[in-house]
Design a protein around this ligand. Structure first.
Ligand SMILES: Nc1ncnc2c1ncn2[C@@H]1O[C@H](COP(=O)(O)OP(=O)(O)OP(=O)(O)O)[C@@H](O)[C@H]1O
Ligand SMILES: [Mg+2]
Length: 250
């Protein structure tokens, strides 16, 4: 299976970068996704996702048996709840499949005018590489969210729905705003999973890992995005202070 570095240019020119190399040219809507560790998630949620992963790992065998792998998976939940981290972990557990990200927001801003074609090209490229395709902020596409009923917007929503229906690869959509999501688009996802924000205990575990010690209660009380940023800074400071001490002592 080739490593995926699928990149799509706004002008419609398509290039495939080797070895997952990033090519951060303006207008890129597909970027490589790297596998990552499993975030802390409720057991029942992970069990449901594992079933989806298992089916995609054996997609060919299922097809030979006249059975289909399950349709797309929607991960929804508040910002910072770990949806992207979970998508990276899913990629890891899919075992060897490359991964790509399509930022839906870019499709409706940077790609406006070319968007329906580029959505289809993105799916096509991902399929060529037998990749996991993760569509971030999927609610950015859809007639409901945009509040615009212009032709382009309808076309891109329909293009995305068609691609989802015919996809031969595992596709994950993520959103913070499931309520804003186009209902017809939502129906194209076979499995919808809510990724909850970590509770205090979970946040403590994440912060303990970063700090290498018990975190202060005030830090644990903060929203995870903020506390992670602060904890990383604290860890860096503590490490550098220790470096300075060692240098002075030497
Ligand atoms: N359940 C979790 N377990 C471990 N780490 C977590 C968890 N949730 C969030 N994090 C950490 O918080 C940070 C943000 O997580 P992530 O980007 O996956 O959230 P998200 O739901 O995709 O957010 P957004 O909706 O803003 O894109 C990451 O550093 C991640 O490691
Ligand atoms: Mg995210």
């Amino acid at each position: 299976m080739p490593r995926c570095g699928v990149l799509l240019q706004s002008g419609g020119r398509v290039s495939v970068a080797e070895n997952n190399e990033h090519d951060w040219t303006a207008g890129t809507v597909l970027a490589p996704l790297e596998p990552g560790p499993l975030p802390i998630i409720p057991k029942a949620l992970w069990a449901e996702i594992q079933e989806w992963i298992l089916a995609w790992k054996h997609a060919d065998a299922l097809r030979d048996e006249g059975l289909d792998a399950p349709g797309a998976l929607l991960l929804y939940g508040p910002t910072g709840s770990g949806k992207t981290s979970l998508a990276r972990a899913i990629l890891k557990y899919l075992g060897g499949r490359p991964g790509c990200i399509l930022e839906a927001h870019n499709v409706v801003t940077k790609m406006y005018g070319e968007s329906p074609k580029n959505v289809a090209r993105g799916f096509h490229l991902a399929e060529e590489h037998d990749a996991l395709l993760v569509i971030e902020e999927i609610d950015a596409i859809g007639m409901k969210r945009q509040g615009r009923s212009d032709e382009e917007n309808i076309k891109v929503t329909i293009a995305l729905m068609r691609c989802l229906e015919g996809a031969k690869i595992p596709v994950i959509g993520t959103t913070n705003h499931v309520g804003h999501m186009d209902s017809a688009l939502q129906r194209r996802f076979e499995i919808k999973v809510e990724v909850p924000t970590l509770d205090e205990k979970g946040r403590g575990i994440v912060l303990r890992k970063i700090l290498g010690r018990d975190p202060e209660p005030e830090l644990v009380a903060l929203p995870l995005n903020d506390s992670i940023r602060i904890a990383r800074r604290m860890r860096r400071r503590e490490f550098l202070a220790a470096c300075e001490e060692r240098e002075k002592a030497a």
